[in-house]
Design a binder for this molecule. Structure first.
Ligand code: SAM
Length: 289
């Protein structure tokens, strides 16, 4: 840790940088954690890597050595000169000084694929924690041609994202992540692996994007809206939650649907599988023929 810690302090001093809390700046200072993130991403010279929030470039350095190209997207202007100076000699480095939530990733990926011989696109990041969920949902919902997403996030959020639907830890978002990807926990990361230390323990997770979704459903927007409604009222039974949010017209319709699917009327939102929710979607909102 000592080397990266010294290097990080040196760069921050040289460029008069103070970590900006509101941008979620907690810089990695653990060699071991960086190695784990890079190793588990299985990066090859045929991969395009997209790094979100490179900060001072601690992780970027190792990514540049392994990948065909690394496109970094960093919101903080102050990091631009640092990164440009640091990676001046790397021809495979590109930096976009933009907000990740505003970036047209589909277009960037298409362009890179047409220009270069890229086989896979991988996202690797130590994410800014204040926008973890919007970033992950953007990466999944835009249905980009991604192979994997390896990210460091808060431990509690990680546990929710990687839970299996039906688990105690499952939330509405668990089902969305499960629909798009197979999730895996990689390593728990203590607070002292960062400068400054964050207030929470972190976890690295890896999402392998599915080629085919695990359930077949024509209107996935309705499926996800129903799941959202179910978890808005987590302490209630599924039946009450879906009646209150008007997914079911009334209790009688809800009871009929649950009965048809052999689900107990007292079942709770977190105890259903994704397939159960897909079945409810089909019965509550049948396709007009
Ligand atoms: N990758 C570096 C590391 O591991 O040391 C820094 C990680 S730090 C947790 C998060 C980084 O994301 C910061 O550099 C921050 O400026 C950047 N960031 C914050 N909001 C962003 C946004 N909306 N779009 C792109 N980058 C953002």
């Amino acid at each position: 840790m000592e080397n990266i810690l010294q290097e990080t302090k040196f760069i921050m001093d040289k460029y008069h940088i103070k970590a900006n809390k509101s941008l979620g700046q907690n810089f990695l200072i653990s060699e071991e954690v960086i190695k784990t993130i890079v190793d588990c991403s299985n990066i090859t010279k045929e991969d395009l890597v997209i790094e979100i929030g490179p900060g001072l470039g601690t992780l970027t350095k190792d990514l540049l050595e392994k990948a065909s190209k690394v496109i970094c997207i960093e919101l903080d202007k102050k990091m631009v000169n640092i990164l440009k100076d640091r990676f001046l000699l790397y021809k495979n480095f590109e930096l976009l000084n933009q907000d990740i939530l505003q970036v047209d990733l589909k277009n960037i990926i298409q362009q890179e694929k047409s220009k270069n011989q890229i086989k896979k696109v991988k996202v690797v990041a130590n994410l800014p924690y204040y926008i973890t969920t919007p970033i992950i949902m953007k990466l999944l919902e835009e249905e980009l041609e991604l192979d994997t997403i390896t990210v460091m996030i808060q431990k509690e959020v990680a546990n929710r994202l990687i839970a299996i639907p039906g688990d105690k830890e499952a939330g509405g978002i668990t089902y969305s992540v499960y629909y798009y990807a197979e999730a895996e926990a990689i390593i728990e990361v203590p607070k002292d692996s960062f400068l400054p230390e964050p207030e929470v323990t972190s976890k690295v997770i890896k999402l392998k994007i599915r080629k085919e979704p695990p359930v077949k459903i024509e209107r996935k927007e309705i499926l996800f809206r129903i799941i959202k409604c179910a978890f808005m009222q987590r302490r209630k039974t599924l039946l009450n939650a879906l009646v209150n949010t008007k997914v079911f017209i009334n209790k009688e319709q809800g009871e009929q649907i649950l009965k048809k699917l052999n689900l107990p009327i007292t079942i709770r939102p977190e105890n259903l599988s994704l397939q159960d929710y897909a079945n409810i979607t089909k019965l509550a909102f049948p396709l007009k023929s």
